[in-house]
Design a protein around this ligand. Sequence first.
Ligand code: HEC
Ligand code: HEC
Ligand code: HEC
Ligand code: HEC
Ligand code: HEC
Length: 478
Amino acid sequence: MVKILIMAWISVSAVSAQEVDNKFSPSYLSIKKHQEVSVKDWTNPEVCGQCHKRQYNGWKSSMHANAFKDPVFQALWALGEKATKGKTKNHCAGCHSPIGTVTDSITFNPNEGEHGSFSAPGVAAKGVSCDVCHTISGTNILKTKVLEHGNSSFEMDPGPIKRATLKNASSPFHATQYSELHSSSKLCANCHNIFHPDNNFPVERTYDEWKYSIYAQNDIQCMDCHMVPVEVAIKVADTLTRPHKLKDVDLSGLAAIGGPVRDLVHDHGFVGGNAVISKALGGNESINYKESIKRLQNVASLEMKVTNRDRGLHNVVVKVNNDRAGHNLPTSLTEVRQVWLEVVATDEQGRELLRSGTLDEKTNDLPKNTTIFNVTAVDKDGKHTEFPWEIVRFTTTNTIPPRGYKEVEYAFSLFPDSQNVTIKATLHYRSFSQHLADFLLGKGKVKVPNVEMVTLEKQYPVKNKIVIDVNKSINENH
Ligand code: HEC
Ligand code: HEC
Ligand code: HEC
Ligand code: HEC
Ligand code: HEC
């Protein structure tokens, strides 16, 4: 009896700060002053929304609001939970439900849905909610294996203090504190960099991509594109100017009912490219669905040049520019996201000379030879995988860097009597293949939208097999 008591005493007193911090491992979450917490320590977004209407309306159809209930996430996580015998729980939830992780309140229901599902009480099920971001009080970057932000490397301080970047804010409901971190991409970095918890491989690195980009060099933060309307983000990207410095843009308004008019109030929709889940959970009218399509249709541009027209053989080079993403195009889950080129050449009689990258009408699959701007991920045996817990490295990387481009060459030949050539190139975006959606959610449950990002069409005449180039954009000199 005495012995047991002594051992219990030793084990309690030996819990160092370090061990307490690793309580939620493999996530790097921690609670300020290591206090014990319960779900009730965080407030529901609906309560915040009573005074912060604008922020709430943006947030409620965002992927942050959906981060825990997102059915694609849940299905993949359930597969991971089974395959790793529980090792993914604190890892995946560290970012998708930080509150559920630190309160240990998430339940796995292995027999629900296609592959299993997870549930959590109250605000823990609301993903990345107001009180997740606004109670973040610091980062744990020095504790991570890679000494960089990632795997939810942040400290939370639930309670009365709400942190952001307003000067002289005062609220009847809560205390406020100015926080430098909330003005910086470093806040986002804690969740928008993911490395494998065992082998440290950087599976998703949106923040790293941004950090070494022209945008970071010009002090353009994630917020400057993702917390403003798409029209403003376009100007930010084109002029490398932060929103509050843009002359013809007015983002002023109320940060809260009862507060003063502020020069810049931030959108909270955090719109990216996800048109699938925003539509599935919010319907056609979801603001996030419409805005994500607008964002995707304003990120890239295409150029085309005919480089060879000898002996009836034509070569065309299509150039895809990433003009306005502050990171690679696409970013994050690049092993499943699909940005691809469709190129079709026809002559004046409508005869097809070339076709690449057209979705199969029946199966919704992409033909094998399609150019996709993605990565190939493999497991420890070098086998292709789409499961993040299996990834040990990428064997190919074909995403397009910020303000960078990729060129793709296509070849085709003419019919002897072809007079005119029309070449049409289209850049498409899909969050993932229909095949993966069917596998994760059940066949036919969700139709993955195919977003046409940008199209370019060029025509030129062929006379006596000598091409006379009338179209300036088809430049043969490079
Ligand atoms: C009763 C009304 C009310 C409620 C409810 C409320 N707030 Fe506020 N909040 C305010 C007011 C007023 C301000 C100050 C606005 C200003 O000065 O422009 C404010 C300011 C803020 C700020 C800015 C802090 C800073 O220093 O930059 C944040 C962040 C914030 N609130 C988050 C929240 C969150 C999260 C919730 C829910 C947990 C919440 N608020 C609930 C009224 C409220
Ligand atoms: C993903 C993190 C995140 C979430 C979730 C989030 N916010 Fe914010 N919020 C921020 C950041 C970052 C800023 C400051 C941006 C800056 O200054 O560049 C901010 C600013 C604010 C402000 C100050 C006024 C403004 O708009 O600039 C208020 C008030 C606020 N948020 C309330 C809320 C409420 C209410 C919710 C939930 C409905 C919420 N936030 C959800 C990150 C978040
Ligand atoms: C470090 C934070 C972090 C961790 C850890 C994390 N995720 Fe995510 N996850 C994200 C972010 C950020 C996105 C959004 C990226 C985007 O939309 O491009 C995301 C998106 C996803 C999506 C895409 C959902 C959709 O609708 O397209 C899936 C699926 C997903 N995560 C599964 C997982 C699984 C399974 C795990 C654990 C093995 C995991 N995540 C661990 C941050 C994280
Ligand atoms: C606590 C973790 C966390 C923080 C902090 C965070 N995010 Fe996210 N973010 C996520 C997760 C998780 C998702 C994906 C949810 C899903 O797809 O199921 C996501 C998705 C997104 C998306 C994708 C939306 C889409 O339509 O594809 C954007 C854009 C985004 N976040 C921007 C930001 C920015 C900007 C910040 C910093 C102000 C930030 N996030 C901070 C976890 C976080
Ligand atoms: C110069 C503007 C700009 C900046 C800065 C920027 N983004 Fe983006 N982001 C975009 C555009 C445009 C898209 C849509 C195209 C795409 O998916 O890449 C996007 C898409 C995303 C997506 C969704 C990707 C997908 O396909 O699922 C996430 C997540 C994201 N951004 C997070 C961030 C984070 C985190 C930062 C800061 C580290 C950041 N962004 C900085 C413009 C920007």
